[in-house]
Design a protein around this ligand. Structure first.
Ligand SMILES: Nc1ncnc2c1ncn2[C@@H]1O[C@H](COP(=O)(O)OP(=O)(O)OP(=O)(O)O)[C@@H](O)[C@H]1O
Ligand SMILES: [Mg+2]
Length: 368
């Protein structure tokens, strides 16, 4: 096991964003707007959201690489809002984890310790331990150019680990890897983090990465935190239409439909609105159903199948409702991979009432 090296007891490494705001000079709106987020000691927190939503800016504020224009940032009890990056006891892994090309793996990993004037024996011990954790022992004497992409990524991780920081910050560290290696490496990082129990803030735009790695996932959009919850809760209980559509693949079907006599119609099927939803909405309502909750049968929404997507263990059909198409042009449903319906055929899709979500069409808030 990896031993903490800085004394026996490390201070509790919670992270608090207390209405932290960053407005870039000349920008009309803040890149990060009053971010309120408390991260527990040892937690793996993922920041996720579309490009430009403020993930990197949030992380860089925590690292001290970006000025904070309002609010505070705390690590443990300590207000670090204006402290120097080097006084924050954090280690960051970036997407472009440039390794020093003329240094071996061991030298790359030990470089920060050398700068910090850590003794030679101690340095060797820490590099050795990190190399063991990361399966890099046989590669310690190699130069970066003689490593695969995945191995280089592990060296970048090792460089962060040897510093034994209070908080790891990672900004899309896997995006340079190919799809298969990314899946492998994300599991390794998640396992490693659990072993080290170091508080980690991890940025990605990939919702699958977010769901599989995070203890909790914070979903951002346009600089605003939308919801922060355990992956399962985000999936089951999205706070608004944005989170509902962002988490899940393929994305949730979302239709904004006219309300008539307390019901909406899609594909010849009438869906009555729960009383609370009917009371809370006006002439239209946004209805959400996940593809995996639609099942082919004798009744329900009738669609004509346009595309059949077979992925091996799963199959999805994409089709158009045959009637009542207003507000619903394409519907996606998961289907039996052993026996998917043919292109051009007509299928009826049904779901249980508990799998139907309702959202306000104006601001997207959840109504049910
Ligand atoms: N140095 C800067 N000066 C001005 N505006 C910036 C600067 N850096 C980022 N921005 C803007 O702030 C917003 C948030 O950027 P940020 O880099 O935090 O997004 P992100 O969520 O990390 O996106 P991506 O997934 O593309 O990395 C964007 O609108 C971006 O254009
Ligand atoms: Mg970014």
């Amino acid at each position: 096991m990896f031993q903490p090296v800085k004394g026996s007891e490390q201070a509790v490494a919670t992270v608090t964003f207390d209405r932290a705001t960053r407005q870039y000079p000349g920008a009309k709106t803040p890149a990060v707007d009053q971010l309120q987020l408390e991260i527990a000691d040892g937690e793996f927190l993922v920041l996720v959201g579309p490009s430009g939503c403020g993930k990197s800016t949030s992380l860089r504020m925590l690292a001290g690489l970006e000025e904070v224009s309002g609010g505070r940032i705390l690590i443990g009890d300590r207000d670090v809002t204006h402290s120097d990056p080097k006084d924050r006891d954090i280690a960051m892994v970036f997407q472009n984890y440039a390794l020093y090309p003329h240094m071996t793996v061991a030298e790359n990993m030990g470089f920060a310790l050398k700068l910090a004037k850590v003794g030679k024996d101690e340095k060797q011990r820490r590099v050795g331990e990190a190399a063991r954790l990361l399966d890099l022992e046989p590669l310690l004497d190699r130069l970066p150019k003689a490593l695969s992409g995945g191995q280089r990524q592990r060296v970048a991780m090792g460089r962060a680990i040897v510093r034994d920081p209070r908080v790891f910050l990672m900004d899309e560290p896997l995006s340079n890897l190919d799809a298969k290696l990314r899946v492998q490496t994300r599991t390794q990082i998640a396992q490693l983090q659990r072993r080290l129990a170091t508080t980690t803030v991890y940025v990605t735009h990939d919702q699958v990465e977010a769901m599989t790695m995070g203890d909790r996932v914070a979903v951002m959009r346009d600089g605003l935190l939308q919801q922060c919850a355990a992956p399962r809760d985000l999936y089951r209980d999205p706070a608004n239409v944005f989170v509902a559509g962002f988490m899940g693949s393929p994305a949730m079907n979302l239709f904004t439909l006219p309300v008539t006599d307390g019901a909406v119609r899609i594909g010849g099927f009438s869906l009555p609105l729960p009383r609370s939803v009917a009371d809370a909405t006006g002439a239209t309502v946004t209805v959400g159903i996940r593809p995996e909750h639609l099942e082919a049968g004798d009744s329900g929404i009738e669609i004509e199948v346009d595309v059949v997507e077979e992925l091996g263990s799963d199959a999805f059909i994409y089709g158009r409702p045959t009637e009542d198409t207003q507000g619903a042009d394409t519907i996606v449903a998961r289907t039996d991979w052993r026996n998917p319906p043919a292109k051009g055929s007509r299928v009826r899709l049904a779901t249980a009432p508990e799998h139907v979500y309702f959202f306000a069409p104006d601001d997207g808030r959840r109504l049910s």
